[in-house]
Design a protein around this ligand. Structure first.
Ligand code: FAD
Length: 411
């Protein structure tokens, strides 16, 4: 175990680190602190009553009853981490180095904000109508299990990642599924039109009806009414229209927030307030690699970011967070993976036929790979991820040949 000195001059082992949010980012921060030799007190405060758990299985195995839960395999006691569940933090007073909770104040020397994100609700109170569900927490997934088991007619609002995964599970369970999307295509906020176009056909192939350019006007008992007057029977409605950082509790704290209420962290994941870090879905960071601020709402970011936070709490040399972002999605029998960030790319190269089972798309900028989307092609993803990291120039003609390994396109 190391016992280094922090920037403030206090021995790191005597400092008291408090982490708010016991999701992936919070738990991994606690684990990384111990892995990196931090010997001081570590307290993890989580609003949910459940043992900390992983979210991706919620829209997959947990929803279908193939897995009971998805609790992290972490022995908090053995790590010397004090885990306080069902403890919501309501405020931060940086001047006093204290957090507020209903049970009283919690002092900290170093604070890590890891409160994740909360799903966006339908406007006008429609989200509170009976039979309307969100899918963010274990409790949400448990409420949705009987909906699938009883094979209700389901209307899914939003054809994003969560909507597609829920629709997949609901079809597998034998539900009649209609997906309502306000934009002209699925994943409109995430992928360019020509890339998402082949994905739109996956819905029909799986027996789900996708209605684009369709907006929910209101929800009546058992019916979703669209703004063109269409009435869709709905034993249940699942809303998947995005998520926003869960940072309302930081109001008045002086911590700088961005346009989406995300904590604006620096390249070392420090916030605008001394001794306070932010990591995971609740924050954004400046990417040196992509020359812009990134807010990443994916699992790998909540795994990698904590290592930088822990290194900066423990270490003497400042650590910089500049990842190649990565995520995956399992939808309609396909394994979809993405690495990098395609905004600012100047060329797109397809590898394979998007009507087929396995294909990928590469985005280049100045001849180097900046992002890759792989459908059923994990090797393309793995090789592409390394090439993005290295910035090696590629030959687009070699790259376009799906029979050649992606890495053989290095010019
Ligand atoms: P969270 O997981 O949201 O955890 C934050 C925790 O903080 C929560 O438990 C919350 O209750 C707690 N909290 C919030 N406010 C307070 C407060 N004031 N006081 C105390 N505690 C508080 N990503 C992928 O890459 N691939 C996938 O296939 C994938 N599938 C997903 C499926 C679902 C259903 C969901 C919801 C997400 C999925 N993701 C996936 C995204 C991934 O799970 C998230 O990016 C990841 O969970 C973010 O971790 P986090 O710790 O930052 O936030």
């Amino acid at each position: 175990m190391s016992e280094q000195r922090s920037g403030s001059g206090a021995p790191s082992g005597q400092r008291n680190v408090v982490i708010v949010g016991a999701g992936m980012a919070g738990v991994q921060t606690a684990v990384a602190l111990r892995e990196q030799g931090f010997t001081g007190a570590v307290t993890l405060l989580g609003a949910e009553p459940h043992q900390p758990y992983d979210r991706p299985p919620l829209s997959k195995a947990v929803l279908l009853g193939k897995a009971e839960g998805s609790a992290f395999d972490v022995d908090f006691e053995a790590l010397g981490v004090s885990l306080e569940l069902g403890r919501e933090v309501t405020g931060l007073r940086p001047g006093d180095h204290e957090l507020d909770t209903a049970e009283g104040p919690v002092p900290y020397d170093v604070l890590v904000v890891a409160t994740g994100a909360e799903p966006v609700q339908l406007p006008g109170g429609a989200g509170a109508a009976p039979g309307v569900h969100l899918l963010r927490t274990l409790d949400d997934a448990e409420l949705l299990r009987p909906v699938l088991a009883e094979q209700h007619d389901v209307v899914v609002v939003g054809a994003g990642w969560i909507g597609a995964e829920f629709a997949t599970a609901a079809r597998e369970a034998g539900c009649r599924v209609t997906v309502v999307e306000a934009a002209e295509r699925p994943l409109a906020g995430a992928l360019p039109a020509e890339i998402a176009a082949p994905m739109a056909t996956w819905y029909a192939d799986a027996g789900a009806q996708l209605r684009t350019h369709a907006r929910v006007q209101r929800i009546e008992p058992g019916v979703v009414v669209l703004d063109d007057g269409t009435r869709l029977p709905a034993g249940a409605v699942v809303v998947g229209i995005g998520a926003r950082p869960a940072t309302r509790w930081l109001a008045g704290s002086g911590i700088e927030l961005g346009a989406h209420r995300e904590v604006l962290a620096d390249e070392g994941l420090r916030t605008s307030v001394p001794d306070v870090y932010a990591v995971g879905d609740c924050s954004s960071f400046p990417s040196g690699r992509y020359g812009q601020r990134l807010m990443v709402h994916h699992w790998d970011n909540a795994l990698q970011g904590p290592r930088t936070v822990a290194a900066n709490i423990v270490g003497v040399t400042p650590a910089v967070y500049d990842p190649v972002p990565y995520f995956w999605s399992e939808q309609f029998g396909r394994f979809v993976q993405y690495a990098g960030h395609h905004e600012g790319a100047d060329a797109t190269v397809w590898r394979g036929d998007p009507a087929g089972a396995a294909w990928s798309v590469c985005w280049l900028r100045d001849g180097a790979l900046v992002a890759v989307l792989a459908v059923g092609k994990p090797r393309d993803l793995a090789q592409g991820r390394k090439l993005i990291q290295s910035g090696a120039p590629l030959d687009p003609r070699l790259l376009a040949d799906p029979a050649r390994p992606l890495k053989s396109a290095v010019a």
